[in-house]
Write a protein that binds this ligand. Structure first.
Ligand code: HEM
Length: 404
């Protein structure tokens, strides 16, 4: 069996890829002060019970955990309207409203644009003689799509990249008990990026209030919850989520799926011959190399999970990457099998926070992979230029992948 970790030199931070897990499904890590949950049934319980497992993690971040001596404070970081951090009932209201603006019909209508854009990006790269998947396609494609949808200039994407890198390119891990100099610096640059991005989007939101356009930002400023318009801060935070979630994740999905096709050429041959297999292949890639491997929750009360008692007000890391490899749910989890049916992976989460962008990510993945298979036969990584992975333990994705 191909060992994907060894083959691509996947960094040790992606510990949840290594099997089998000797420890139990629920563990407390005294060093970081975090609870780690790895098991599939335990994750189902967490994601299905937002009253006990709140998404509002900021409430447990001590005020003094913010970088010291700066011109910003916790108050600068209102989480109002930041959907992934919201709990019921506010979460449900905003989600319903956002769903009006972000409909399956709007998404499905994007297919021709995504196909044309994929060809355009590949043509441009072809002129340069070799294809680096991330820079040439997997990064710009989803960013241009979400920027156009929101109505912000996609030419500003060097800015978006700088902000996203500052927020995601972290290898310091998460800890409530101690913060190294490196973690301090990472937190500082991440918060600066957040502030800049919010100011940028606030400018666009103010502009849409003055001059409405046919875009998602306008729909959001005009949308009403309980008869009232959303405050600017909420629109800005929701737009921030879309702009960030709208690119980094699909970038990871595309890179990971190309790696799977490279590592398992027999699966590539099957998908090439029968394109109806591509959706199943994408689902298995989401299970096998889960892009968002770890989510965060906090306990609102004492609870028992997998036979272990977790007190109230604890920070819980929810390892969907590990649960997607739980042998109690997925027979032979280390086998890449696009034919798994059913494949109830948790790659897009589960329950009330289930990924709103899943239809868009699946569409971008299917269209781009079909075109890559059309244009590259075989689709292979360049053995002379090793794949480079994002360092963060919670994110699985390449930042450089050169095609042969
Ligand atoms: C392969 C690509 C993607 C993956 C793996 C992914 C994964 C996830 C996961 C695991 C969650 C649940 C978070 C939680 O429960 O705490 C989530 C939520 C979310 N995702 Fe995605 N996502 C992807 C693409 C996208 C795209 C393209 C968009 C939008 C353009 C998007 C927008 C969102 C939003 C708004 C939420 C929050 C939903 C809520 O809290 O109710 N995602 N995503």
């Amino acid at each position: 069996m191909v060992d994907i970790i060894e083959r691509y030199n996947i960094p040790p931070q992606k510990f949840w890829l290594r099997e089998p897990r000797a420890t139990g499904p629920v563990q407390f890590d005294a060093q970081s002060g975090l609870w780690n949950v790895y098991g599939y049934p335990e994750l189902q319980e967490i994601l299905g019970d937002p009253a006990t497992f709140s998404s509002d993690t900021m409430r447990l971040v001590p005020k003094d955990a913010m970088p010291a001596g700066d011109d910003f404070s916790l108050e600068d970081f209102s989480m109002e309207g930041f959907l992934p951090q919201m709990d019921p009932p506010e979460h449900g209201k905003l989600r319903k409203l956002a769903a009006h603006a972000f409909t399956p019909k709007v998404i499905a209508g994007l297919e021709p644009t995504i196909a044309a854009l994929t060809h355009e990006l590949l043509d441009a790269a072809g002129g340069r003689g070799r294809l680096e998947l991330v820079t040439d396609l997997a990064y710009p494609l989803p960013v241009i799509v979400i920027a156009d949808l929101l109505g912000v200039p996609s030419d500003d994407r060097p800015l978006f990249k700088r902000w996203a890198d500052a927020m995601f390119e972290r290898d310091g891990g998460v800890s409530l008990t101690e913060r190294s100099e490196k973690q301090e610096a990472e937190a500082r640059s991440s918060m600066n990026a957040w502030k800049e991005m919010a100011a940028y989007l606030a400018g666009h939101v103010a502009e849409r209030r003055r001059r409405p356009r046919a875009d998602l930002l306008t729909k959001l400023v005009e949308a009403e919850v309980d008869g009232a318009r959303l405050p600017d801060a909420q629109v800005v935070n929701f737009a921030t989520v879309l702009l960030l979630a709208g690119h980094i994740t699909t970038t990871m999905l595309l890179g990971n799926t190309v790696l799977c096709l490279d590592a398992f050429p027999e699966q590539q041959a099957r998908a090439r011959a029968d394109r109806s297999l591509i959706p199943g292949l994408i689902e298995e890639s989401l299970r096998y190399l889960t892009p968002f491997a770890g989510l965060a929750r906090t306990t609102t009360r004492e609870t028992t999970l997998g036979g272990v008692t977790i007190p109230a007000d604890q920070f819980v890391m929810v390892w969907i990457g590990a649960a997607n490899r739980d042998p109690r749910r997925f027979p032979e989890p280390a086998v890449f099998d696009p034919g798994r049916d059913p494949n109830p992976h948790l790659g897009f989460g589960r329950g009330i926070h289930f990924c709103m962008g899943a239809p868009l990510a699946r569409l971008e993945g299917r269209v781009a992979l079909n075109i890559l298979l059309d244009r590259f036969d075989p689709l292979r990584t360049d053995p002379g230029d090793p794949v480079d992975f994002l360092p963060s333990p919670t994110m699985t994705g390449v930042r450089r992948l050169t095609l042969a």
